[in-house]
Design a protein around this ligand. Structure first.
Ligand SMILES: *[C@@H]1O[C@H](CO)[C@@H](O)[C@H](O)[C@H]1NC(C)=O
Ligand SMILES: *[C@@H]1O[C@H](CO)[C@@H](O)[C@H](O)[C@H]1NC(C)=O
Ligand SMILES: *[C@@H]1O[C@H](CO)[C@@H](O)[C@H](O)[C@H]1NC(C)=O
Length: 168
């Protein structure tokens, strides 16, 4: 039986400093498996100006070498639901510090529902420099794809299939 390897991809991956955090992800504690880092943002840094070999599974920062801890598996029940936390840093999720730095927003702070850039609608949100969007309706979203390969090295763009997306 093949164990599906889950691949998480942000559609705005080159811009938004935001990642879906969950037990079962690679690089949850940073790239160093000997030092679980509750305050890591290694998986968050944008992928920019890299070859595919460098960006694929974030090889450039060593995340492809930092698999989840034994037993940390994200279950994806067919037709069911699963939960991840979108944040700029693991510190802003319930996976660190008992969740005391979390909020509804990726920066762990409080913001109005119509949070937007100052001045003209074309301005990006600036009080959180990592959002890189004008407002919620302009934020691209998150896409999740699955590959029925047990070996990470066998996962390719061709054998990944997007199975759900969350807009904005
Ligand atoms: C990984 O973490 C261990 C334990 O803190 C440390 O001794 C080691 O130097 C770290 N390795 C790297 C490459 O930073
Ligand atoms: C992109 O990377 C190449 C090779 O490392 C480098 O020469 C170039 O200056 C980079 N371009 C930008 C826009 O960062
Ligand atoms: C969001 O930003 C876009 C682009 O700047 C703008 O056209 C739109 O009116 C804004 N929406 C809201 C609800 O402010």
């Amino acid at each position: 039986m093949l164990n599906p390897v889950l691949f998480l991809a942000l559609s705005a991956v080159a811009q938004a400093h935001t990642v879906a955090w969950v037990k079962g992800m690679y690089c949850l504690g940073g790239p160093n498996l000997s030092a679980d880092n509750a305050n890591t943002n290694t998986a968050v840094a944008p992928l920019y100006n890299l070859t595919q070999e460098e960006w694929w599974f974030q090889h450039d920062r060593g995340c492809d070498g930092a698999p989840p801890a034994h037993g940390d598996i994200l279950q994806l029940p067919a037709g069911g639901t699963f939960t991840v936390e979108l944040a700029h840093n693991r510190a802003q999720t319930t996976l660190s510090y008992d969740g005391k730095y979390t909020s509804e927003w990726p920066d762990g702070k409080e913001h109005p529902e119509d949070w937007a850039g100052p001045g003209s609608p074309a301005d990006c949100i600036q009080d959180d420099g990592a959002m890189h969007t004008n407002n919620q309706s302009m934020a691209a979203g998150t896409a999740f794809a699955i590959s029925y390969q047990s070996d990470l090295a066998a996962v390719t763009m061709e054998n990944l299939a997007v199975f759900t997306v969350l807009e904005q």
